[in-house]
Design a protein around this ligand. Structure first.
Ligand SMILES: Cc1cc2nc3c(=O)[nH]c(=O)nc-3n(C[C@H](O)[C@H](O)[C@H](O)COP(=O)(O)OP(=O)(O)OC[C@H]3O[C@@H](n4cnc5c(N)ncnc54)[C@H](O)[C@@H]3O)c2cc1C
Ligand code: HEM
Length: 400
């Protein structure tokens, strides 16, 4: 990538603290100049505003690591097929992005900065559109899937079984994105909760987030026979294929879905490979799907399961405390592969703790942590990553 990352980083630092205004301006500019594009976006745009900025932050912070950045952009470009984003839309998005950056940079904006942003955007858009274009013929932009079954697993958690109309390629540990015609253009990620099956059905474990758009519809309303759309499988929190090291899997809440997929994939090896599963919930009542855990235990001699659910009234802090205690009690995690899955914040908090207990950070895997939550936005990109917060549990009402 020929442009100078330092120019972009410095210019981004100027607008970062005005992220919300910048994103609002960007979308107003985009839709005013290209009214036809409005229909590609959901009615409710507050979350998308945050996502746009999270994506920009992610890109700017990765400019010095072109290989990683290119991988991310290629996946993003392929995924954008499901939004019906076409190559001719990219210049319009770029023009609105530059207009928004210029507007909020004030006097610090210079022709050199504009030239650098334009070059960078051109490269980014090219990587995304080429990746979308290189998708093999016949690969759908999204997969239609029928809801083949639904099961209430706990008060706020529903397991949906989905039957895609066409073969759906994925590796256990990946997630998909879901959209329902009940909420057009609203897409959200959910972990795939099983290894591939002969009948190619997929399970997702969905927790209702208070006030949440799609999770409420999926947990309460969506009925068998209804159709949902699946975006292509994403994520690289998959098992290291060549590894015979012992495995620690920590799952919190619906994070059990992703972990279950990994353990199903590992089932054949579980007779010989040492696996510790630490399964955390906010209460006994939310410790769901234990029959599946018992089935795995019955067949897998070297699987050890620790259930962590606090006494009634303990709440999320007590649950997090139990997980920490269990990890600390074991002591030394060097030589272990580690998979972390659960509410946002769980992975960053536990990855730090485990690294301190000897786990190799390169062998700790988890999904990307969404940057958009109900909290005050940090002021700088270093705050963004370094600020230590409590683990936010999945229930928004408890986030305060
Ligand atoms: C890689 C990945 C995998 C995921 N896998 C699963 C899964 O297997 N099962 C599952 O139930 N969820 C999973 N999620 C979360 C899921 O994608 C949605 O964020 C969640 O269902 C809420 O969507 P919504 O449309 O109902 O809420 P929105 O309408 O998007 O949000 C409503 C409000 O709730 C807040 N909020 C959104 N999500 C959460 C959350 N997770 N915790 C606390 N507050 C939140 C938002 O900030 C917003 O203020 C995953 C997320 C990611 C990034
Ligand atoms: C370099 C250019 C672009 C970048 C970096 C980018 C980045 C992103 C990211 C990160 C998301 C959130 C994805 C998610 O949360 O799953 C997103 C969503 C989206 N993008 Fe883009 N995008 C670009 C160009 C475009 C273009 C050209 C279009 C077409 C008009 C487009 C349409 C959309 C739509 C419709 C959504 C979903 C909105 C939502 O879920 O609220 N994007 N984009």
């Amino acid at each position: 990538m020929a442009f100078d990352p330092a120019v972009l980083r410095d210019s981004f630092a100027v607008v970062e603290r005005r992220a919300d205004h910048l994103a609002t301006y960007f979308y107003a500019h985009l839709f005013a100049h290209n009214p036809g594009l409005r229909a590609l976006f959901p009615d409710e745009m507050a979350e998308q505003r945050d996502r746009l900025f999270a994506a920009l932050t992610r890109i700017v912070l990765r400019l010095d690591d072109p290989a990683q950045l290119t991988g991310y952009l290629r996946a993003l470009g392929r995924d954008h097929r499901k939004f019906r984003a076409a190559p001719e839309h990219y210049p319009a998005v770029g023009a609105s992005l530059i207009a928004a950056l210029r507007h909020f940079s004030g006097h610090s904006w210079t022709p050199e900065i504009e030239k650098t942003w334009t070059e960078a955007y051109t490269v980014i858009a090219q990587v995304m559109t080429e990746a979308a274009d290189a998708v093999p013929d016949g690969t759908p932009a999204w997969w239609e899937a029928e809801v083949a079954g639904r099961r209430r697993a706990a008060a706020d958690i529903t397991v949906l079984t989905l039957a895609p109309a066409h073969p759906y390629p994925f590796v256990p540990g990946q997630y998909l994105t879901l959209s329902s015609p009940r909420l057009p253009q609203v897409w959200r990620p959910y972990s795939i909760a099983n290894a591939p099956r002969p009948d190619r059905t997929l399970d997702v474990h969905v927790r209702r987030v208070p006030g949440g758009l799609l999770s409420t519809a999926l947990v309460d309303d969506v009925a068998p026979g209804e159709s949902l759309r699946l975006g292509p499988a994403l994520g690289d929190a998959v098992l290291d294929p060549g590894s015979h090291r012992p495995l620690l899997a920590v799952a919190g809440g619906t994070g059990w879905g992703q972990t279950k997929a990994l353990l199903e994939q590992l089932a054949a090896e579980l007779a010989t490979r040492e696996v510790t599963l630490l399964l955390a919930a906010r209460s006994d009542a939310e410790q769901y799907d234990l029959a599946a855990v018992e089935r795995l235990l019955a067949h897998c001699g070297r699987l050890r399961v620790l259930l962590a659910a606090p006494r009634p009234g303990g709440g999320r802090d007590a649950a997090v405390g139990l997980v920490r205690d269990a990890l600390l009690r074991h002591g030394d995690w060097s030589g272990w592969d580690v998979h972390l899955s659960g509410p946002p914040g769980l992975a960053p908090a536990l990855a730090g703790l485990l690294a301190g207990l000897g786990a190799d950070p390169a062998r700790i895997r988890h999904d990307p942590v969404p940057a958009t939550f109900n909290r005050t936005r940090p002021l700088t990109s270093s705050d963004w990553f370094l600020d230590q917060r409590d683990v936010p549990w999945i229930n928004r009402t408890e986030l305060g």
